[in-house]
Design a protein around this ligand. Structure first.
Ligand code: ZN
Length: 484
């Protein structure tokens, strides 16, 4: 059977949720193909159907009246008619056999009294409009995906561009994201280290000026949006947005994450808390642990190199021995209370100075901004009075505008992330002594991950690298503690 395709969208207020004409046509052609309908002509209209008198609709109806044997394919009955005259006409033509079929992807119609009754309702009633709204929104989403428009809130490093319906690079943050991927890909960064790094570079969570959580950072590292594609409901789409990193870098990061995150059973971590912290200092392999019970009933935990497919000369080391060494390491960065208070006083002074300076700076900048705005007005006046040339005018204007942008950016600068990190660090270092003395092994492990990295076992000794700023304390340990 031959069908006319009819698509319509008006600029009506309540039509805004309906698919665009372009989307209607795509969906209808697809539907027609699937249903094996022979589409002989397409009628496209951008007028409301609330009142009779749409020229293109009328043209199509005229052709149907004068020729037998056509059907109409439309997105929904409400595309054909939303007033009783046009609706009645269609039903009349169906009744009299002039319209042989009506097909809608969103509405099931058959030529029975019940079918016609439903159709009548659909033509006039807003209830049907509302029922189909959610379906329409879903279809609209599919169209967007096809066009490469990433739906939803843009991930950190991108901003939603509302006019173009896409995401664009966040000029203030995208380079930080890139650095994070590059750092993680080296394999030398834990998520915690990445958190510190990104915070010191100025990356904070959307709502508060605090570091991104580890969970958010991990999700970021797995987000394919950064290399230009996106996944919705398990399906990948090529985005129209500009990538921040290459696919190659992304893949490398996934590999590192897989290596780092090799599943260790939760209870195993509970028994052997230092398992994932340590590597063999001779061959670089993972360390494994086991528990042994002596005939006396006493439990011993041993750590050793996995020695898989390679010769390695390292021997067992008992957990108590490792613990002793770890506690010594932790003690090295401990700040006693006097030193801590001294540091906090210094911090407070720095912070006050920073705030005062910051607010003085901002007052100055605001004044400069005002002056620049006056200058710009005067410049325009002189230009209009023709005392300067067009070239002179544009050159000076450009200078003024660039400076204005700079000032506005500085005014948005909120605080000093380094100072915040510093304070956090003082308080942590003050806790070190307690952590060294505590029995909580998991707490010890996570503190060790903060103060150092690359822990290795060799010759029954623990080797490691200090993380800043703990490195400074450790190297000046005696000096700092006695100076308080
Ligand atoms: Zn080894």
């Amino acid at each position: 059977m031959k069908y006319f395709l009819y698509a319509r969208k008006s600029t009506d207020e309540d039509d805004r949720q309906v698919l665009s004409i372009e989307s209607q046509i795509t969906e209808l052609r697809e539907f027609g193909e699937k249903e094996k309908l022979e589409i002989v002509d397409e009628y496209i209209e951008s007028k409301t159907a609330k009142i009779p008198g749409r020229p293109i609709f009328n043209k199509m109806m005229e052709r149907i009246e004068n020729n037998d044997g056509y059907g109409i394919l439309a997105w929904h009955p409400d595309r054909l008619a939303r007033n009783s005259v046009d609706g009645g006409k269609i039903i009349y033509l169906v009744d009299s056999g002039k319209i042989l079929g009506l097909k809608f992807p969103t509405f099931w119609f058959d030529c029975t009294p019940q079918g016609k009754f439903m159709l009548n309702i659909a033509f006039g009633q807003s209830k049907y409009y509302i029922d189909n709204l959610s379906e329409n929104v879903k279809r609209g989403l599919r169209q967007k995906l096809r066009r490469g428009e990433r739906p939803g809130l843009a991930p950190v490093g991108y901003l939603n561009e509302l006019r173009q319906h896409t995401v664009v690079k966040d000029p203030e943050r995208w380079q930080i994201i890139k650095k994070m991927f590059e750092a993680y890909a080296t394999g030398n960064f834990t998520l915690e280290a990445l958190q510190k790094m990104s915070f010191s570079l100025g990356l904070v969570s959307r709502r508060k000026s605090i570091p991104l959580t580890l969970g958010v950072i991990q999700e970021m590292l797995k987000n394919s949006t950064y290399y230009g594609v996106f996944v919705v409901k398990g399906e990948m789409y090529q985005g129209t947005h500009e990538p921040i990193i290459s696919k190659q870098l992304f893949d490398k990061v996934q590999e590192v994450m897989k290596q780092k995150g090799k599943p260790v059973k939760p209870e195993k971590i509970k028994y052997f808390p230092f398992l994932k912290l340590l590597k063999c200092g001779e061959c670089g392999r993972s360390i494994t642990a086991e528990k042994k019970i002596k005939p006396s009933g006493k439990e011993y935990v041993y750590y050793r190199c996995t020695k898989k497919q390679r010769v390695c000369h390292q021997k067992y080391l008992e957990q108590r021995e490792i613990l002793k060494q770890f506690n010594e390491i932790i003690q090295k960065v401990a700040l006693d209370d006097d030193t801590t208070n001294d540091f906090l006083r210094r911090w407070e002074k720095d912070n006050n100075e920073f705030s005062t300076k910051n607010s003085t700076d901002k007052t100055m900048l605001k004044m400069e901004l005002k002056t620049l705005e006056e200058k710009q007005m005067n410049l325009l006046d002189t230009y209009l009075e023709k005392t300067i040339t067009n070239e002179e005018y544009t050159a000076v204007k450009q200078k003024i505008i660039n400076r204005k942008v700079e000032i506005k950016e500085s005014l948005q600068d909120k605080g000093n992330n380094w100072l915040e990190l510093f304070r956090q660090w003082i308080l942590e270092a003050n806790q070190a002594k307690n952590i060294a003395e505590s029995e909580n092994l998991e707490e010890k492990r996570s503190f060790l991950q903060k103060i150092g990295s690359d822990f290795r076992l060799a010759g029954q000794k623990v080797f490691w690298l200090w993380e800043n700023p703990y490195k400074i304390v450790a190297e000046n340990s005696g000096f700092l503690v006695t100076s308080g």
